[in-house]
Design a protein around this ligand. Structure first.
Ligand code: CS2
Ligand code: MG
Length: 406
């Protein structure tokens, strides 16, 4: 079964998505997600370099193709390279599954569990709103929730919206074509507030569910250690992205100061971003999604090593990873032993006009789907009706104007 054609579909049904389509001489079509939020055209360009290398290759040789694109290239790693290799890898797993008539998780060893626990985002302008939103999600059956609220004294807080429903409609982004929003950040206001938010959620709703919070890389290691310590009484499932992620050594300091579990890596793309973190047991959860982590082939290998160190998965699942990438996350999550949780932020309604079939959440868990391949169907004509819509994530400045991490 040879690859005879490749095409990059960039469309924006509410969110921008980069989808690679590969076709075999048997007429089997495979899809892979390579979306990198705010840098979509870069992945598209990289994939244009890869497509000629794929034509004529045996589509069933997934591992060899991965090694060819990674080991065979002089320039390795990085978000654009690894998202592009991932898109190819997902498309090949999709093709093999479809050709054999089995879902990808069967190719990976079958399911290791009965359901995939997911977490949604619970946000609000006030703590009361967050508590209400969290109560509603628990009522729907969710076993884990992430809580974020507007920090009092800050005009805006990333990931928090005037209306909690906005997150599900994907309204994270500025208007089309706009320059990045500039948000103002004040660490002391944030640190004073978060323990109160988390305490209220536990006081009001109890301990019968998993509780998560995301710091979006904004703290210093010592601040992160302090926050983790404040949150210890509330038995967090994790504190996410406490510090700028690329500084692996920083986690040694955080770990010395807190037993709150740590999750990191939604901006990572390779085992080598985790080598210190995992082998020194500095983290508890891997956040890298299939889309950004070199595909199922690389992330599966990474999770295999992580398992030896007791580190579990919590793959990134925002609405800026396409339903194809979400499906790939789910197939890997079904199959690995060391699954932790799957983030499932949800999608704007228009997404289902283009992605007409993809994994869904019911009663807070991903529904097992035995559709062959990744199980995602795409209406390519509909995709053309939603052209690319350039958008940027916001940037973040301290109150004195200094550019800050996020
Ligand atoms: C967030 C994301 O889901 C998360 O944990 O950190 O919303 C993230 O900021 C976006 O996916 C960035 O593209
Ligand atoms: Mg995050």
């Amino acid at each position: 079964m040879r690859i005879v054609a490749g095409e990059v579909i960039v469309s924006s049904p509410g969110r921008n998505f980069v989808t690679l389509k590969l076709v075999t001489d048997d007429g089997v079509v495979g899809y892979g997600d390579g979306t990198v939020n705010g840098r979509e055209r870069a992945v598209e360009g990289y994939l244009q370099h890869l497509i000629p290398l794929l034509i004529g290759r045996d589509a069933t040789r997934i591992e060899d193709t991965w090694q060819y694109l990674y080991r065979g290239a002089y320039w390795r790693r990085g978000p654009i390279t690894m998202a592009s290799i991932s898109a190819v890898d997902q498309a090949l797993w999709d093709i093999s599954g479809k050709a054999l008539g089995v879902p990808v998780h069967r190719l990976l060893g079958g399911t290791s569990r009965d359901y995939l626990m997911t977490y949604p985002h619970c946000t609000g302008m006030t703590v009361d709103e967050v508590v209400d939103e969290a109560a509603a999600k628990l009522e729907e059956g969710y076993k884990a929730i992430r809580v974020q609220a507007a920090v009092p004294g800050l005009a805006t807080t990333y990931g928090v919206h005037a209306h909690a429903d906005d997150e599900e409609t994907g309204a994270y982004e500025p208007a089309s074509g706009a320059l990045p929003d500039e948000e103002i950040w004040d660490t002391k206001l944030y640190l004073d507030f978060v323990p109160k938010l988390v305490k209220r959620v536990r006081d009001e709703l109890g301990y019968g569910f998993e509780l998560l919070h995301d710091s979006h890389h904004r703290l210093t290691p010592i601040e992160a250690g302090w926050l983790g310590k404040q949150l210890e009484p509330y038995r967090m499932f994790w504190l996410e992205d406490a510090t700028p992620a690329e500084d692996q050594a920083a986690f040694r300091l955080i770990r010395q100061h807190t037993t709150t579990p740590l999750a990191v890596g939604e901006v990572f793309n390779s085992w080598f971003d985790y080598q210190t973190l995992i082998t020194e047991r500095l983290i508890d959860f891997v956040r890298t999604p299939v889309t950004h982590g070199g595909g199922i082939t690389h992330l599966r290998q990474l999770m295999g090593v992580a398992d030896f160190y007791g580190v579990r998965s919590g793959f990134h699942g925002p609405s800026d990873i396409s339903p194809v990438g979400m499906a790939a996350n789910c197939h890997l999550s079904w199959s690995i032993h060391n699954f932790g949780v799957q983030e499932y932020m949800g999608y704007p309604e228009q997404v289902s006009k283009v992605f007409t079939r993809f994994p869904v959440v019911e009663n807070g868990v991903v529904v097992l789907d035995d559709t062959p391949g990744l199980g995602v169907e795409i209406d390519e004509d509909a995709a053309k009706r939603f052209p690319f819509d350039p958008k940027y994530l916001p940037v973040n400045r301290k109150t004195d104007g200094t550019l800050h991490d996020w």
